[in-house]
Ligand binder design. Structure first.
Ligand code: SAM
Length: 472
């Protein structure tokens, strides 16, 4: 029985409810009157149910699809302005006991180079990341209780936060590790993590079990209920995602929104972020072996439909996607992107030798962080290295309240400007700096409160003089 408030995976992600939703979407995909009503509802910016959103995703009418795109773009502007938050992944270890058939870290892969960084190596990587200009990391690791126990992850987080190289600092560490216990989530919270990210991979239980034939990740319920345990452990910013290509995208889309509805129903706060990874080539993984790959048009439609269905949830895209694909979906709802990423264990401080490939997947967007920043500014965005909300305790429902109160333009916008300024002064190439300084002059004018404008202007001067880390 479908019950969004249940704590049982099969009740809040209910197969029958998803099948009925897909049938409803099929029947109504050409029902233009209903589609218009759903679009009108989305315009109120209070989100859509998984059923309503599934109808829009199934819609094939070009005129209506263009309306969905226009609304997604407008909602994105209203909630996130032109800011794009930057981060980089840091792979700590690729030892893994699971058998995920799409991931080259699967335990049976004997030819991938297995690596686990020591604290000394992590230090070097973090210094390299700080020297690129990064302030926010997403920690990644395979699941291996012997090689990568929670103590190792906690020690690594401590190491990362402790490194202050030149003007650099990692101010927010998000964590993407396998589903774990409430006790371990509590430890991660105490270690000061930002978001706990866990991709569902697929919401389809039967496929899930086939795609994860061995190891602890095989347990669908344990994996699907992880976010509830994370919240019970005190983590109130959680990041959802599915790996598109494994199952039928419409099934995944409905599951993803049902998961968001479940978190809202039980914990009073939806997901902080949603990621939209697609399967990529990797060591012994051929993406064409999976039948459910989606093209760029479908991908764009998914992003737009997520954007209008959960307006308060940030959306993340990684360097799995190419520059052109990233550009398209930035307009439609993406608010965070990675830049200059390495998916190998190590590789920031020194490039990994080719014969030692430890990467999780091939990267499509291989540009440096400086190139990504310059490109973002050239296409009309304001790159942001802001980490203020989490450090000011504005997480979970307090962050959502900030979004809803429309104070974001007096808070996130100035923070974006000041952190971009730090980047320009400390790390940018001369060309990027020139474009950035012009942009900052323009952006100060769009801070609504005069008093805030004045504070920001003073702080920008102080940043020039060597002070760092101003925030609202
Ligand atoms: N091991 C942890 C877990 O099981 O959740 C951490 C996640 S893993 C390091 C990061 C994510 O990469 C996975 O959740 C999966 O969605 C994605 N991934 C794995 N193989 C991939 C591939 N071939 N192409 C693209 N993404 C992949």
């Amino acid at each position: 029985m479908y019950n969004p408030s249940s704590l049982k995976a099969e009740e809040f992600i209910n197969h029958d409810e998803i099948m009925e939703t897909l049938a409803y979407a099929d029947i109504n995909k050409n029902n233009l009157k209903l589609i218009d009503e759903i679009i009108e509802k989305a315009k109120q910016r209070k989100g859509l149910t998984h059923r309503e959103a599934s109808v829009l995703l199934a819609c094939e009418n070009t005129d209506k699809i263009n309306k969905i795109y226009a609304l997604a773009e407008q909602i994105k502007k209203d909630f996130y302005g032109n800011r794009i938050v930057l981060f980089a992944p840091l792979y700590l270890s690729n030892y893994c006991v699971n058998g995920c058939v799409y991931c080259p870290y699967h335990a049976k892969n004997k030819h991938i180079a297995r690596k686990k960084m020591t604290q000394e190596e992590i230090k070097k990587e973090v210094i390299a990341l700080q020297d690129m200009g990064h302030k926010r990391l997403a920690l990644e690791a395979g699941e291996d209780p012997i090689n990568n126990p929670i103590e190792y992850i906690l020690e690594s987080i401590k190491t990362i936060y402790s490194i202050k190289h030149k003007n650099g600092a990692i101010r927010r560490v998000n964590v993407n590790i396998a589903a774990t216990t409430v006790e371990n989530y509590r430890k991660l919270k105490e270690a000061g993590i930002g978001t706990y990210i866990l991709f569902q991979e697929t919401y389809h239980k039967e496929s899930y079990e086939q795609l994860h034939p061995t190891g602890p990740k095989h347990n669908y319920a344990y994996h699907t209920e992880a976010m509830d345990r994370a919240m019970e452990g005190g983590i109130d910013d959680v990041g959802l995602g599915v790996l598109f290509g494994l199952e039928k995208y419409r099934y995944e889309f409905a599951g993803l929104l049902m998961h968001a509805e479940h978190l809202e129903a039980v914990h009073g706060v939806g997901p902080h972020t949603i990621s939209v990874p697609r399967i990529k080539h990797a060591d012994d993984i051929d993406p064409s072996a999976f039948d459910n790959g989606i093209d760029d048009d479908t991908f764009a439609k998914i992003v737009a439909c997520i954007r209008i269905s959960v307006p308060y949830t940030g959306m993340i895209i990684s360097t799995r996607e190419s520059q052109s694909c990233r550009e398209r979906v930035l307009h439609l709802g993406i608010s965070q992107i990675s830049g200059g990423s390495k998916t190998s264990v190590g590789g920031y401080a020194e490039p990994e030798p080719e014969e030692e490939n430890s990467s999780q997947f091939d990267v499509s967007d291989k540009r440096t962080l400086d190139e990504v920043i310059r490109w973002l500014m050239q296409i009309g965005y304001l790159p942001s290295f802001c980490t203020a909300c989490y450090r000011e305790g504005r997480t979970g429902d307090r962050f959502m309240a900030l979004c809803k109160s429309k104070q974001i333009q007096n808070c996130c916008h100035p923070n974006a400007i000041m952190t971009l300024k730090e980047y320009l002064v400390d790390y940018a190439s001369p060309e990027t700096r020139k474009i950035g300084e012009e942009l900052i002059k323009k952006e100060i004018g769009s801070i609504p409160k005069e008093k805030v404008q004045k504070i920001v202007t003073d702080n920008l001067t102080k940043i020039e003089q060597g002070s760092r880390d101003f925030r609202f």
